[in-house]
Design a protein around this ligand. Structure first.
Ligand code: CIR
Length: 253
C-alpha cells in the first residue's frame, strides 16, 4: 500500500496538561515543537503531502491526531475518544477530512480511538481497550465490511492502545511486545519481538520505503534493518512523556 497524504497537528502550549501515566516528568514544550518538526520532515521524506494543523490549546492531547479517525484512501471514520478530556477533538478533524474523504462516524455509546486500529493489508484489527469499547468496535466493523475489509476484535491488556504494543510493517511482518496478550491471534505473521527494555519502539511505523523508529532503541532498529527496511530514527522523548508514540502523531492515507 502506498501512502500519499498525512495530517498532523502541532503540539499546543497546554501540551503538558494532557493525559499521562508515564512518570517520565513534564515535557519541554520547545523541545516537543522541535521533535514535531523533525517528525514532519520525516513524513515528507517518505513522500507524503502534509497538512499541518495549527495547535489547539483547548485540547492538550490534540497533537495525537491518530486517535481522532481511521483513514483509508477511499473513506474516513471519525472516531469518538474514550477519555472525556479528549472528546471533541474528533469534531476538529471532521472539518479537515470532510473535503478530502467520504466520512462515516462512530456514535454514542460507542467509543473508539485510532490508536486501537491497525490495518494489515485487507484486514483491520480493532483493539478493545480502556478507550475503545465493544459498541465502537461493532460500529467500525459494520462500516469496514461495506468496503470488503476483514475485521477482528482483539483484547488489549495493560496498554493504553492496541498499537502501543503491536504494529504492522508490511510484507507479513509484525513488530510486537514480548508479553502482548493477544499474541496468539497473530500466529500467521512473522513476529519481530521487541526486547522488554525497548518496548516503546514497538510503535514503529512503516511508510512507503521507510520505517520510522523512535531514537534510542538499538536492538529494535537493527531487527527492523535486518528485515530489509530503510530506517529513519526520530527522537520522541517529549511525546513519550505524554504516553504518545510515533504513529499517534499523524493520520496517513
Ligand atoms: C492520551 O492519553 O490519550 C494521550 N496522552 C496519548 C495518546 C497516544 N495516542 C496513541 O497511542 N495513538
Amino acid at each position: 500500500r502506498t501512502f500519499t497524504k498525512a495530517i498532523v497537528r502541532k503540539p499546543a502550549e497546554t501540551f503538558a496538561n494532557g493525559i499521562s501515566t508515564a512518570n517520565l516528568g513534564k515535557p519541554n514544550y520547545q523541545l516537543a515543537l522541535k521533535q514535531h518538526e523533525a517528525y514532519c520532515e520525516a513524513l515528507i521524506k517518505c513522500g507524503l503531502e502534509l497538512t499541518v494543523l495549527d495547535a489547539n490549546p483547548d485540547f492538550p492531547d490534540s497533537c495525537f491526531v491518530e486517535d481522532t479517525a481511521v483513514v483509508t484512501p477511499e473513506f474516513g471514520v471519525i472516531a469518538r475518544p474514550g477519555d472525556p478530556q479528549r472528546l471533541g477533538e474528533e469534531q476538529e478533524i471532521k472539518s479537515v477530512l470532510a473535503p478530502m474523504l467520504k466520512l462515516h462516524y462512530i456514535e454514542a455509546p460507542g467509543t473508539l480511538e485510532g490508536g486501537d486500529i491497525m490495518q494489515a493489508d485487507n484486514t483491520f484489527y480493532i483493539g478493545l481497550s480502556g478507550r475503545t469499547n465493544l459498541a465502537g468496535s461493532k460500529q467500525l466493523h459494520k462500516i469496514l465490511a461495506q468496503y470488503n475489509y476483514n475485521t477482528y476484535s482483539v483484547p488489549v491488556c495493560n496498554l493504553l492502545h492496541f498499537k502501543t504494543g503491536v504494529n504492522y510493517l508490511g510484507g507479513n511482518n509484525l513488530i510486537m511486545h514480548r508479553d502482548f496478550c493477544s499474541k496468539d491471534d497473530f500466529k500467521g505473521y512473522n513476529q519481530l519481538i521487541v526486547d522488554r527494555a525497548e518496548e516503546y519502539a514497538a510503535n514503529s511505523l512503516r511508510i512507503n520505503n521507510y520505517v520510522l523508529v523512535p531514537k534510542g532503541f538499538p536492538k529494535t532498529k537493527s531487527g527492523i534493518k535486518q528485515l530489509g527496511y530503510a530506517v529513519i530514527e526520530l527522537d520522541l522523548s517529549e511525546f513519550q512523556k505524554m504516553d504518545g508514540g510515533l504513529s499517534c502523531l499523524s493520520l496517513r492515507f
